[in-house]
Design a protein around this ligand. Sequence first.
Ligand code: NAD
Length: 314
Amino acid sequence: MRVDKRKVVIVGTGMVGMSYAYSLLNQSVCDELVLIDVNKTRAIGEAMDLNHGLAFANASMTIYAGEYSDCADADIVVICAGVAQKPGETRLDLLKRNAQVFRSIIDPVTSSGFNGIFLVATNPVDIMTRITCVLSGFNPRRVLGSGTALDTARLRYLLGEYLKVDPRNVHAYVMGEHGDSEFVPWSQALLATKPILELCGENDAVCRERLDQIEEEVRTAAYKIIEAKNATYYGIGMALTRITKAILGDEHSVLTVSAMMRGDFGQRDVFVGAPCIINQNGIQKVLPLSLTDGEMEKMSKSCDTLRESFEGIF
Ligand code: NAD
């Protein structure tokens, strides 16, 4: 009999937070789910709505709108809270405002005695994850962001379509910033055990061109979705669920999350998307990949961009 309940707290019950909550419920990922938002009424309404689906769920779950004190015995606190850019506001101004929002969240979470893992989805996710690490004072291995997990899922889906295979047999990653400087290290992309660059074979030029297009489609996917429906949330909700399962299930699964680099890929003092082994303690290890010189250069540029953005905030 299981005695320790799996407890998740979501801070920010907007579209992303609630898509994640809905996915947690449908996949029966935890036993207790707490919803926190600066707009308490909204959190209460969302908890009611989810509870009314429980009769149709696969397993029971305790769901309620709570307080920061509820984080004390949580396994994971997931931050999906954010403020939108105001007209005329620069990216750095927005970042500074979001840093203030995070201070108002992380201080009460840590004061509750929370001793679990922080998972961050708020954009720009690599910077917000680093801010969470600084403000919480937690070991960086217990602070992770969704990073390029969603971008990697988009890549595997598009490659699966192009190669006409199940995306689950495509092993390829998006690395770097969750944003414009992200990249695909093609030297590491495999279909089962076959390098995808080798598969291109005789069709080389056409195939390479399609791979470049796919990389661009992944990089610009969020812009296209936002143009069409103002926001993206289902995909990120499922990506957060996948990461949560890896943590709660102590899976040691490889996922591309935003993690602190400590000499990995020649980088330090930056949180960035890279394939990591995830278990109940958070990031067990950043997977060392044999990137080409060109790929190392792209990683370095992406990290420089992130370091520059972070330096303007504090
Ligand atoms: P939203 O506006 O629907 O929800 C944001 C929620 O945060 C609101 O309910 C708001 O009340 C709450 N909030 C604001 N300040 C708060 C505070 N101080 N304390 C507690 N709650 C607070 O936005 P959304 O569409 O859910 O997006 C949320 C974030 O997720 C954004 O930063 C967005 O860019 C990001 N996002 C990330 C990814 C990714 O891949 N990492 C993908 C999509 C969206």
